[in-house]
Write a protein that binds this ligand. Sequence first.
Ligand SMILES: [Zn+2]
Length: 144
Amino acid sequence: MEKTDNYNNSNNGLTFSFADSHGEETRLFSELLNEKDCRDLVLRDLHQGVARCPACEIEVTDTTTLANFWRANRCICKNCKSSFTATTGTFLQGSHLTFAQIVVLRFLYELKNNSINASLIAELLGFSPDTARKWMSTFEDMND
Ligand SMILES: [Zn+2]
């Protein structure tokens, strides 16, 4: 998908516009996702649901530090006094991407590395492969 590509089918009332550098109404695909939900998804996955100080590896248990950790805010370890966030020492340290951008990137990576078929679509979206095939067929017909 090129940056300036548009899929525009006004007859069917569906328009997908991808971001360009000067469009006023275009939005980034990642902006369709909720940043807080994406942050939760990425951080819970990254830490397997357990918050730990990256320096002394003690589990974070106090409510305030836990809340800060899962919000990706700065934390101070009660044990070793180290300062850290939920991304410290991970591949996300120093990244300026939003969590929504990380989720979209990961999603695109999965698509790039897996053949897209009805089963994968059904798994990602939570419906049956038959429903996935029906909708793919609907979109195919719209493109004709
Ligand atoms: Zn510590």
